[in-house]
Design a protein around this ligand. Structure first.
Ligand code: PAF
Length: 285
């Protein structure tokens, strides 16, 4: 099946209104394209929760700093549309940049609290761009449910917060991180890795899971995180931007394990940045 594509807000709204007129519920999967199994698993998740799924494909310039990879970000709309159709998606929302951000566009959305620290310490522009575009996407489509991957855990919490604070009537649901056979979190940016870098990248998740297990088993947090940083450097990563244990809901950094927690890390191998995170088991919770 060829996936129908809409490129203007009125066309998007008309397609969704036609579904609503039939009494159908609507789910959304926002993406920047370069789709992999992680995105497709979100489409399948949405199709279990809603009758129809609209996926957006928009490489959002507002979430890239000037020195980042906006220009070289992989783009393949036809290939992405075929993958989405195969996963059961019903509609592609693919606006041009001038449709999303007309020349006089003047609004931005910022979320404090959960967006502070971690990614923001490294990419200060990032969550402003994400929050602005996701707010627009949710208001354009007004889906009943929208799915985001747990791989971008801080982003997931930022989006949950903006939807709640702005009274956007959507249920934000999370999809588990899709992983390659060696455990590497799937990411569109994995395509940047050379063969040698890909081998190094494959070591991140194992070290993260091992540290999370050690902390869950009662190891002291600070020494375990120091050992994790040293192990990541020894594994060949060129930089460890952060490796932090955080409250799973507020993302406040914690040094003892007495609440639901998440271990999050960002590393660099060569010119490529990788992020991953895992839940930490807390006995009795
Ligand atoms: O995770 C992504 O692909 C993007 O940050 C999102 C949520 C589609 C916003 O551009």
């Amino acid at each position: 099946m060829t996936l129908p594509v809409v490129r203007t807000v009125p066309d998007l709204r008309a397609a969704i209104a036609a579904w609503r007129a039939q009494g159908l519920t609507v789910g959304m999967v926002p993406t920047m394209g370069a789709l992999h199994e992680g995105h497709l698993s979100l489409v399948r998740l949405v199709k279990r929760e809603a009758d129809r799924c609209v996926a957006s494909l928009f490489v959002n310039p507002k979430q890239f700093a000037a020195h980042e990879d906006l220009d070289k970000y992989p783009r393949d709309e036809a290939g992405d549309a075929a993958k989405l159709a195969g996963a059961g998606c019903d509609l592609l929302w693919a606006p041009a940049t001038a449709v999303m951000y007309p020349p006089d566009f003047a609004t931005s959305v910022t979320v404090s609290g959960v967006s502070e620290g971690l990614e923001t310490a490294i990419r200060p522009h990032f969550f402003g761009g994400v929050a602005t575009v996701v707010t627009k996407l949710l208001l354009q489509a007004l889906p009943d449910v929208a799915a985001f991957g747990e791989k971008d855990y801080q982003q997931l919490l930022v989006i949950r917060k903006l939807a709640a604070d702005l009274d956007i009537p959507v249920r934000v649901i999370a999809g588990a991180t899709a992983r390659e056979a060696d455990g590497t979190a799937m990411s569109s940016r994995n395509a940047y890795l050379s063969a040698a870098e890909r081998v190094i990248a494959g070591r991140l998740n194992g070290l993260l899971f091992a540290a999370a297990k050690a902390i869950g088993d009662g190891a002291s947090v600070s020494p375990t995180l120091s050992a994790l940083r040293a192990d990541l450097a020894a594994a060949g990563f060129d930089a460890v931007e952060y490796a932090a244990l955080c409250d799973a809901h507020t993302l406040a950094e914690i040094t003892t394990l007495d609440q639901e927690a998440r271990l999050l890390a960002a590393v660099r191998v060569g010119a490529t940045r990788l992020i991953d995170n895992v839940a930490v088991r807390v006995d009795g919770m």
